[in-house]
Design a protein around this ligand. Structure first.
Ligand SMILES: C[S@@+](CC[C@H](N)C(=O)[O-])C[C@H]1O[C@@H](n2cnc3c(N)ncnc32)[C@H](O)[C@@H]1O
Length: 252
C-alpha cells in the first residue's frame, strides 16, 4: 500500500492560508523572547508547519525521509523566495547535518511516532547533538494517550474544492494488539456528482507516551520542559482532553 508521503500534492490539499496564519501565531507564541534565529526541522515534509517560520525571518533548514515531500517543500520555498537548506535523511541518523548547530532542532507534524519507541529515543539523541548550548528541542504530536483511551475509528474531513472538483478525505484507524496503529486514508475526487479518482494510503504509527519523551529529555540535560497545546496560540486544556500538543525544552 502506498504512503501519502509519496504523493505530496495530495498531502498538501488540506493546507490553506488559514492554517499558515495559525502556524505563524503558534510560532510567535512559542518562540517569543527565546532568541531563536536558526531552526532545523528533521521531519519537515512539505513544510506546512515550518515554512511560516521563514516568513518570520528565521533561517530554516530541514530534512525528511521522503524525497517527494522535500521536493514539494523546495518548490513552495522557492515560490516564496526563501533560501532553505534541505536534505533527505532519516531522523534516526542525522549525520548529514554534522558540523552544524541550531538554536532550535524540531520534529514537527506528529512524525516521531512513525518509528518504534526505541528509535524515537535514538532520534531525540540525534536531534540533541545538533542543538546549541542554551538552545531548544521542539516536537509536536497527537495525544496518543487520549487516542488509545478513546479508540475512535472514523474521521471525516470537510471537503476541499479545487475548481469544480470536490475532494473528500476519510480516515479509518486500526488498533493492533501490539499497540501499533494503522491510519487508513481514503481520498475521493468528485466532479458532477461522480467519483473520478480514488487514492488509498496506509501509515503505521507507534503511539508515544509523553512520560517517555520527558524522561529522555531530562536524561539529555534539558530543563524548562514545557508542554503546551498545539498550536500554542490556543490555551492548553487538561492533558487528558488535548488532541495535539507540543513540547519545548531548553538545553543547559
Ligand atoms: C505527517 S508528516 C509531517 C510533515 C510536516 N512536518 C508537516 O507538519 O506538514 C510526517 C513526515 O515525517 C516524515 N518521516 C517519517 N518517518 C521519518 C523518518 N524516519 N525520518 C525522517 N522523516 C520521516 C515523512 O516523510 C513525512 O514527511
Amino acid at each position: 500500500m502506498a504512503s501519502i508521503y509519496q504523493k505530496a500534492d495530495i498531502y498538501d490539499l488540506l493546507e490553506d492560508r488559514e492554517h499558515i496564519e495559525i502556524y505563524k501565531k503558534h510560532w510567535a507564541a512559542l518562540l517569543k523572547d527565546k532568541g531563536i534565529h536558526s531552526f532545523l526541522d528533521v521531519s519537515i515534509g512539505s513544510g506546512s508547519v515550518t515554512l511560516p517560520l521563514a516568513e518570520m525571518r528565521i533561517e530554516v533548514s530541514g530534512s525528511d525521509l521522503s524525497e517527494e515531500m522535500l521536493e514539494k517543500c523546495k518548490g513552495k520555498a522557492q515560490n516564496a523566495g526563501y533560501n532553505m537548506n534541505l536534505k533527505c535523511s532519516d531522523f534516526r541518523d542525522l549525520s548529514c547535518w554534522e558540523g552544524k548547530e541550531f538554536d532550535c532542532v524540531a520534529s514537527t507534524g506528529n512524525s516521531l511516532p512513525h518509528v518504534q519507541n526505541t528509535d524515537v529515543l535514538k532520534a531525540l539523541e540525534q536531534m540533541d547533538s545538533l542543538v546549541k548550548d542554551n538552545g531548544y528541542l521542539y516536537l509536536d504530536m497527537r495525544n496518543w494517550e487520549k487516542i488509545l483511551h478513546d479508540r475512535n475509528r472514523f474521521f471525516l474531513y470537510n471537503p476541499v474544492f479545487i475548481g469544480e472538483d470536490r475532494v473528500n478525505l476519510i480516515q479509518v484507524w486500526d488498533y493492533h494488539a501490539d499497540d501499533s496503529m494503522t491510519f487508513n486514508l481514503l481520498y475521493t475526487f468528485e466532479k458532477n456528482n461522480q467519483i473520478f479518482q480514488k487514492e488509498e494510503f496506509e501509515e503505521t504509527y507507534y503511539p508515544i507516551k509523553r512520560g517517555m519523551i520527558i524522561d529522555k529529555l531530562k536524561s539529555l540535560g534539558y530543563t524548562e520542559i514545557n508542554i503546551q497545546c498545539f498550536p500554542a496560540c490556543f490555551s492548553m486544556p487538561e492533558f487528558e482532553r488535548v488532541e495535539w500538543y507540543c513540547i519545548m525544552a531548553k538545553k543547559h
